[in-house]
Design a protein around this ligand. Structure first.
Ligand SMILES: N[C@@H](CCC(=O)N[C@@H](CS)C(=O)NCC(=O)O)C(=O)O
Length: 205
């Protein structure tokens, strides 16, 4: 298997963090420089189907994109430690928090960075108002995660899961746009510090 990665990019970092939590070390990692347009090369597009990283090439016929789909595949191949849930209830609750993390927080934070950071002007026609609306939305939605983390050590279960990985990589990426967790969200602040202490935090940066 071959993972097409791009160091410091938030979606590939999800996969690298996930692999690090599982101790997966036998997948070849190929770094693509998105600022040089390497993800738009014909050979890559033929495999991946669209100009995005990450992508996991499984064999000659199959390359998976979408970071969460890649993680799901890896979960089946490397089942331990479990990061997607063990029974019907756990799987559904983790899925719920994963979708909330992606749609309500990670996407708005990505839009905040893409529409405000000078380096991202190479990839995006930047509109400052889009950055501001998304920044405000992400800040508001953090209270949902703060309430959850008041009752739970991690976001979706009593252990780290894919949902934690999505949130921490999004918050860390948003630092590029000077986004900080507001101090009044003490539970998110506690959880964020604990996540950054994990050895997997170093993967993909
Ligand atoms: N939903 C996709 C998003 C992938 C994505 O947007 N990747 C970014 C890097 S973080 C990318 O390839 N950007 C290239 C571009 O915008 O041209 C996933 O979860 O993998």
């Amino acid at each position: 298997m071959k993972l097409y990665d791009s160091f410091r990019a938030p979606n590939p970092r999800r996969v690298r963090w996930f692999m690090a939590e599982k101790g997966i070390e036998d997948i070849e990692v190929v770094n693509l420089d998105v600022f040089k347009g390497e993800h738009r090369a014909v050979n890559y597009l033929k495999k991946a189907g669209l100009p995005n990283v990450p992508a996991l090439e499984i064999d000659d016929e199959t390359t998976i994109t979408e970071s969460v789909a890649i993680c799901r595949y890896l979960e089946s191949v490397y089942p331990e430690p479990n990061l997607f849930g063990r029974d019907a209830k756990e799987i559904a609750v983790i899925e719920m928090w994963t979708r909330r993390a992606e749609m309500m927080l990670a996407t708005p934070l990505m839009m905040t960075v893409r529409h405000s950071h000078p380096a991202l002007a190479a990839l995006e026609k930047q509109i400052p108002e889009i950055a501001e609306v998304n920044r405000a939305g992400a800040e508001r939605v953090l209270k949902v995660f703060d309430r959850r983390l008041a009752d739970s050590e991690f976001i979706a279960a009593g252990r780290v899961t894919i949902a934690d990985i999505l949130v921490v990589t999004a918050l860390d990426f948003a630092r590029m746009a000077k986004f900080r967790v507001p101090e009044n969200f003490a539970n998110v602040t506690r959880w964020y510090a604990a996540m950054l202490e994990r050895p997997a935090a170093k993967a993909g940066v």
